[in-house]
Design a protein around this ligand. Structure first.
Ligand code: ATP
Length: 232
């Protein structure tokens, strides 16, 4: 049964249609990659699902949830350019994020500690300022912040695009582990990232889904049709 149903989602910015009649279903525990070139509408779809933008038309429904009022409780969202308090240590930042998510201080501390462990921040680095963290460490910290309240769905906007190969590997590995605990929707413009960890791909072009399916299904289809999927 679908855990999230997106039906005919359209988002316009004044006269510009960024997302046009997009529909898809998300099953519990699935990892879906939204893939497309710059300007295809990926960020707009993710921000709309995260409840940060209002659809112009169409609907987003979560199974067993009435209305959209408490969507944020079960969604974790990491924007493409996350903002950190760079003067804080990784530990301080996660405790602070936990308190912002309304966890009691003692709970926030416990949650922060278990997440620091999960995302692989060393004991020493936990007390270092975030400004000293590598790109991969910052991104993993951002993911920890996004899941501080134990969401069912984690939404990640281009989580590996800006990282060097080591950072990219670490983040993909973390996402692979998190797949066991929650559903993940992420965007990328790199086919190999999508291929590596997603169960299903949604190919987006100019605001519309032009293809969907597993990498294997798409490979067979495109090989048969002798059409190349091209990305940057
Ligand atoms: P990128 O990989 O560059 O982030 P994207 O696939 O995430 O691209 P979106 O950022 O969703 O694409 O943008 C989709 C379209 O909507 C683009 O043509 C963009 O210029 C336009 N757009 C995005 N935000 C706004 C806005 N606030 N006002 C007007 N147009 C916008």
């Amino acid at each position: 049964m679908a855990f999230l149903t997106v039906q005919d989602l359209t988002k316009k910015y004044k006269n510009k249609t960024a997302v046009n009649n997009v529909s898809f279903e998300f099953k519990s525990g699935q990892c879906i990659a939204l893939i497309g070139p710059n300007g295809a509408g990926k960020t707009t779809i993710l921000r709309t699902l995260a409840g940060l933008l209002k659809p112009t038309t169409g609907s987003i429904e979560f199974a067993n949830e009435k209305g959209n009022s408490d969507i944020r409780k079960f969604i974790g969202y990491l924007p493409q350019y996350p903002v950190f308090h760079y003067w804080m240590t990784g530990r301080e930042f996660l405790v602070y994020s936990g308190e912002l998510a309304l966890l009691p201080k003692s709970e926030a501390k416990k949650r922060a500690e278990s997440l620091l462990e999960k995302i692989g921040i060393s004991k020493e680095a936990r007390d270092e300022r975030i400004s000293r963290y590598s790109g991969g460490m910052k991104q993993r910290l951002g993911i920890a912040q996004a899941i501080i309240h134990k969401p069912k769905l984690l939404i990640l906007d281009e989580p590996v695009s800006s990282l060097d190969p080591i950072g990219r590997r670490e983040v993909l590995q973390l996402m692979e582990e998190l797949k066991q605990e929650m559903s993940i929707l992420f965007s990328t413009h790199i086919l190999t990232d999508a291929d590596e960890i997603s169960d299903e791909l949604l190919l987006l072009r100019q605001g519309e889904i032009v293809e969907s399916g597993s990498m294997e299904e798409l490979r067979i289809k495109y090989q048969t049709a002798k059409i190349e999927i091209e990305f940057e």
